[in-house]
Write a protein that binds this ligand. Sequence first.
Ligand SMILES: [Zn+2]
Length: 71
Amino acid sequence: MTPSLPEVFPSAERRDLTALDRCDSCGARAWVRAVLPASELLFCAHHASRHIETLSSVALFVQDDREIMDS
Ligand SMILES: [Zn+2]
């Protein structure tokens, strides 16, 4: 059986983003998390919408919490 993605890359799984998670581009609060084979990137809503297409094509896993931003 093929191992699931989180078994190979433990970070490729949803985790709660907190106020301590900041956008790698501007330092605002991060709402999107992209897990890459060797690293992890965090983006605020603004930078996520700018990069989401590229991210989706290169990342192993993209967590998009923008819809819960206001909750
Ligand atoms: Zn940003």
